[in-house]
Write a new protein. Structure first.
Length: 374
């Protein structure tokens, strides 16, 4: 795993953004890395009025002063970018341009609507950049003391472990894995005897422990715990994480390439959204070898493959459209509750989707497609 040389931290006016900056400064100091800081003036239907009223030099001076206050002791070299546009797109673009090895973002309390938007920005960055993202959820009180690694023994999980060990080599570690076979065994209780179930449990647990030990054979030492699932793997893992004294959760995810992946509620998403501790998550780039294997196995039609490639973009556009209309409604009806507005917009979107489905059923889009190509 290569060393971290370039760190990009995204900041806004929130309190946790300041904590993210503190953490980024700390890591840059420890790793002797170049620190880049980006502040986004978010574009919206008010952008021309809002941006024109801002003196960028004054804004830059104010932000620089805040940074220097937090950086007074570490004295890390930094470069500040101030951009106007969509946060996820600009942060992702800048991260790739400077060849960032790590992105750092802060997430506030979930009741803060601004944070919910920035939280969606964090998810988009995780999904699209293939750059490790450190999500800061808590006040910085020093270096991380203990990392906890939920693992499903996959290659992308291994890469996230190696990355974290490179970033925080002095931090203690705990590796946990859920033995889901034990939970599945409970569903067969009417088909097997109590004695058989007991015997199977012992063998399954023993086999899972051997696999976990083999998987961790070439990573740094740490605590190892295999969890016998009583309910679902996600719930049991989360309970273990919340009870532990770890202050950094490390996750690996395979990304957004299929319906069982990151955005559709995988273990990584479940833990990321519900865990109370800071989280480092990494979606590694697939190797050419693995990509070719996937292509060989993929017998999807050309239409299915095209739709698959569009899913992320459609979801992102759909979410952005929803958020844009929510802002407009908030501006026009400031006294209305955000939740009520969101519920109303959701109903409108549901109605529109039903209309589209009906048009598809009636074959009306076939006519439009023909007219377009003629």
């Amino acid at each position: 795993m290569k060393e971290v040389c370039n760190i990009l931290v995204a900041i806004d006016k929130s309190n946790m953004s300041q904590e993210a900056l503190k953490r980024a400064i700390s890591i840059a100091k420890e790793k002797d890395a170049q620190l880049y800081i980006i502040h986004i003036i978010e574009s919206s239907f008010l952008a021309p009025v809002f941006v024109s009223s801002i003196d960028e030099d004054t804004l830059r001076s104010s932000i620089t002063q805040q940074i220097e206050t937090l950086n007074e002791e570490a004295k890390v070299d930094f470069i500040l970018f101030i951009e106007s546009g969509t946060p996820a797109s600009l942060i992702g673009y800048k991260a790739k341009k400077i060849k960032a090895d790590l992105l750092v973002v802060g997430i506030n309390d979930k009741t803060d609507i601004r944070n919910e938007h920035f939280g969606s920005t964090a998810l988009k960055l995780i999904q699209k950049t293939n750059i490790p993202v450190l999500i800061v959820k808590n006040e910085v009180v020093g270096n991380y003391n203990k990392m906890i690694f939920p693992t499903n023994l996959s290659d992308y999980s291994k890469e996230s472990i190696l990355l974290a060990n490179t970033l925080f080599s002095k931090t203690s570690k705990k590796y946990i894995s859920a033995c889901e076979s034990l939970y599945e065994l409970e569903t067969l209780e009417e088909r097997i005897s109590v004695q058989e179930k007991k015997s199977y449990k012992i063998e399954l647990f023993k086999s899972a422990k051997i696999k976990l030990d083999e998987f961790l054979g070439d990573v740094e030492d740490g605590e190892i715990e295999l969890i016998a699932c009583d309910t679902s793997a996600n719930e049991d893992l989360l309970e273990n994480i919340e009870k532990d004294d770890s202050d950094l959760l490390v996750l690996g995810s395979k990304g957004v390439n299929n319906l069982n992946s990151f955005i559709f509620g995988s273990t990584a998403t479940y833990l990321l959204q519900r865990s109370s501790i800071d989280t480092l998550i990494y979606v590694p780039i697939k190797s050419k070898k693995s990509s070719s294997n996937i292509e060989e196995k993929d017998k999807s039609s050309a239409i299915e493959q095209d739709l698959q490639s569009r899913r992320d973009e459609i979801r992102s556009d759909f979410e952005s459209l929803f958020e844009e209309h929510l802002k407009i409604a908030n501006w026009n009806i400031p006294e209305a509750e955000d939740q009520k507005i969101a519920e109303g917009l959701s109903l409108i979107l549901d109605e529109k989707l039903d209309e589209i489905k009906q048009k598809i059923k009636e074959g009306r889009y076939q006519e439009k497609r023909t007219d377009f190509w003629v």
